[in-house]
Ligand binder design. Sequence first.
Ligand code: NAD
Ligand code: IPM
Ligand code: MN
Length: 337
Amino acid sequence: MKLAVIPGDGIGTEVTAEAVKVLDAVLPGIEKTEFDFGAERYLRTNDLLTDADVAALREHDAILLGAIGDPRKVAPGVLERGLLLPLRFALDHHVNLRPSRLYPGERSPLAEPGEIDFVVVREGTEGLYTGNGGAIRVGTPHEVATETSMNTRFGVERVVRDAFERAAARRNKLTLVHKTNVLVNGGGLWQRTVTEVSRDYPGVEVDYCHIDAAMIYLVDNPSRFDVIVTDNLFGDIITDLAGAVTGGIGTAASGNIDASGTNPSMFEPVHGSAPDIAGQQLADPTAAILSAVLLLRHLGHEAEAVRVEDAVESFLSNRGEDEMSTPEIGDAIVAAL
Ligand code: NAD
Ligand code: IPM
Ligand code: MN
């Protein structure tokens, strides 16, 4: 396996080191290339994501990423819009896969969480993220600012099909989450596409929730969800809440997948660089380690993926009340392998 590693900013570097430790323990001989993308390189060279960077990444089977963005050093948006999103766009990561599971031993803040085991299939290349829009008369009383959500039939259909495939392999339920009562153009396209594609999956039950109501159900009755399909921004918001209800954002994993297999897919925790705790080895590396599980599974190393997932489960069910440092958690998971 040729693996590109982008530790990135803040706790990204700390949690990625643990994920690499676990990968090395379970699958010896991975050939790794480290890329120093992030705030430091940007401040040094002014580079965000260059064509040479993308070409070099394409030489790899997969990418492991920590987090990008450091509001302490670089204005919000510069690295996110200039580096992280261009990575996802250049490598056509249209399926942003974000599984949510309450593992045995994990504590949910919900009083009665029940079984939580669902997958959010978030569209990764369109919606409000494409940078369509602008601002005029900035800083004046007459300022006008727009961001336009772009939804294409091609882009929506490919992610909806992927979500139906996943539902058919799971509990046969797909929920579209959108805001079709207000966003009638994009919402209409998503709704019609789901209805049309559902004809190819007669065994999958189709459900719909508006985004606001979906937030109620995620807290009241998260067991109702199996596969959620949604657009880029709604998927971003849903998956932070999903992380919180399943024991914390420190265990929420994700994969940015080019389902066509043309480009390497990229695996990263759902969380960011957490400037509030960076540099102290306080971050939970479990999300990064579970992202490595998604990476192993994506590349067909199913046995190794299961071994790491079992080790994480066993760690979570046996961990005591004591605070553990980032490397202590990584070591404990390696020991549980
Ligand atoms: P964040 O996810 O970094 O942090 C939110 C809260 O969760 C913080 O209190 C943080 O301490 C806590 N947290 C996050 N990960 C944790 C972990 N592994 N263990 C324990 N606690 C954890 O979100 P933010 O503060 O809004 O963003 C910080 C920066 O990260 C911003 O620049 C943002 O743009 C960027 N960001 C990047 C990514 C990414 O690279 N995929 C994702 C989200 C945010
Ligand atoms: C995430 C992050 C990113 C997103 C930001 C940093 C651009 O919040 O990966 O969830 O919105 O996709
Ligand atoms: Mn997010």
